[in-house]
Write a protein that binds this ligand. Structure first.
Ligand SMILES: Cc1cc2nc3c(=O)[nH]c(=O)nc-3n(C[C@H](O)[C@H](O)[C@H](O)COP(=O)(O)OP(=O)(O)OC[C@H]3O[C@@H](n4cnc5c(N)ncnc54)[C@H](O)[C@@H]3O)c2cc1C
Length: 399
């Protein structure tokens, strides 16, 4: 942890640091200079002190970035199955690795996970670091972060990527803090320069700008990436990878916490992140009952029900259905937006859908700007009509 320390033997109470501090955080009291709560550890006073009496402890040192090579992808898995985002990350890592002359490694840790080696290889890994240990059966972030930190220090990857899933979002920051490096959370785009510098793009300022972020002086360059944003290549079963089995060798610490119970996420029907068709509703539905018509249509189409944030906040439908910047990112074949205006924060979660059908009574609604097909009119009349037509077509009575 960084902390501003004052060497009382060197401090002459000259007050130079008081005027150097842009936050007015330093003051002169009985026993010399005192650091107040406003200090944000910017270090301006350290540079100005003529006596060298101010020191920033825990200062992070720049690293020699040329020592750090390759791209690592963390293999998230549950119930013996690899998370979908891993294939997306490995595919993107493969594309970027070619630019920098890097290799792609998958980091596969867990208990009884050996069967996933072939899957990550087919998805693009040139090397698989395997740690199979019973203490890794449950996802204790502390245990995983300790293990991964040891591996990173030993093998020095230039880049380490995680899915921006519940687990990835919890594990990656712990690891970054242990390693004293940066982390860009929730990226929507990645790119790599031939030098190996990772360009990590994510929405900033409420989604109004896309900010490219770099980590120039520390390694590894760490990022979490939202699922279903990057393109996953089809698996290639003929690929081969070097497997480095560290199972017997790596020390796996015992967790200080105990997993008592794993609860199923609250939500109805098909999960939006797995659905090919999503029928999503917004404030234009008028009430929680408005969702009944959407559920009907979703059932008819074999799809899932999505929602905008205000209707989730109002308790019309639970959070797992929320699409957008603070909800889930989805990329279905068909996204039907019903009574949703098309705020940037909503679009951030669904704009990569293949076909977007917008239903809104306001022809000026921003959602129409990104819609493949726009239907202007009352949402309930249009949904009911759509449902009838789908059923007719299915029964062979329609076109
Ligand atoms: C930091 C931050 C994060 C956010 N994250 C998210 C997020 O993850 N997801 C998200 O969705 N929002 C998010 N928001 C909120 C976002 O800014 C918008 O307020 C929200 O998306 C609007 O929801 P809506 O389209 O349902 O409602 P409104 O903007 O009120 O739109 C309702 C629409 O329904 C139409 N309508 C009304 N009645 C009918 C009818 N009978 N038939 C047809 N059309 C009708 C209206 O013309 C209107 O266009 C976030 C905001 C902030 C500041």
């Amino acid at each position: 942890m960084r902390e501003l320390l004052i060497d009382r033997k060197k401090c002459t109470s000259c007050e130079v640091c008081l005027s150097a501090c842009p936050f007015g955080a330093l003051s002169l009291q009985g026993n010399g200079v005192v650091v107040g709560d406003q200090c944000n550890l910017c270090g301006a006073c350290v540079d100005e002190c003529p006596e060298g009496a101010l020191v920033m402890s825990g200062e992070r040192k720049d690293v020699d970035v040329s020592d750090w090579q390759g791209i690592w992808v963390f293999v998230e898995h549950a119930d013996g199955e690899m998370a979908g985002v891993v294939g997306e990350l490995l595919s993107e890592a493969k594309r970027m690795a070619q630019r920098a002359g890097y290799e792609v490694s998958a980091v596969l840790a867990g208990s009884g996970v050996g069967h996933l080696v072939d899957q990550v290889t087919a998805r693009g890994a040139d090397r698989v670091y395997l740690v199979d240990h019973e203490r890794l059966a449950a996802m204790h972030e502390e245990t995983y972060a300790d293990l991964l930190a040891t591996m990173v220090r030993r093998y020095r990857p230039s880049v380490f990527l995680f899915g921006a899933t519940v687990r990835g979002r919890s594990l990656a920051p712990r690891l970054a803090a242990r390693l004293g490096t940066g982390l860009t959370a929730d990226c929507t785009e990645l790119d790599m320069e031939s030098s190996g510098r990772l360009i990590q793009t994510r929405p900033a300022f409420g989604g109004n700008i896309m900010a490219p972020i770099v980590c120039p002086n520390h390694r590894p360059q760490m990022a979490t990436v939202r699922p279903r944003i990057l393109r996953a290549d089809p698996p290639d079963p003929d690929r081969e990878a070097e497997v480095i089995d560290l199972s017997g060798e790596m020390e796996v610490a015992e967790a200080r916490t105990v997993l008592l119970e794993a609860a199923q996420e609250e939500g109805e029907g098909v999960k939006i992140e797995d659905a090919d068709v999503i029928v999503a509703g917004g404030r234009g539905l008028g009430s929680p009952e408005g969702f009944d018509a959407l559920r009907d249509l979703a059932r008819t189409l074999g799809g899932a029900v999505g929602a905008s944030r205000p209707v989730v906040d109002s308790g019309w439908i639970p959070y797992p259905h929320q699409v957008g910047q603070t909800g889930k990112t989805v990329s279905p074949t068909v996204y039907i937006a019903c009574g949703i205006s098309g705020a940037v924060q909503h679009l951030a979660g669904m704009r990569s859908s293949d076909i977007i059908i917008a239903i809104n009574r306001n022809p000026e609604a921003p959602i129409f700007k990104i819609a493949t097909y726009g239907l202007v009119g009352d949402v309930f009349k249009i949904i009911s009509h759509l449902k009838d037509e789908v059923e007719k077509a299915r029964d062979g009575e329609g076109g």
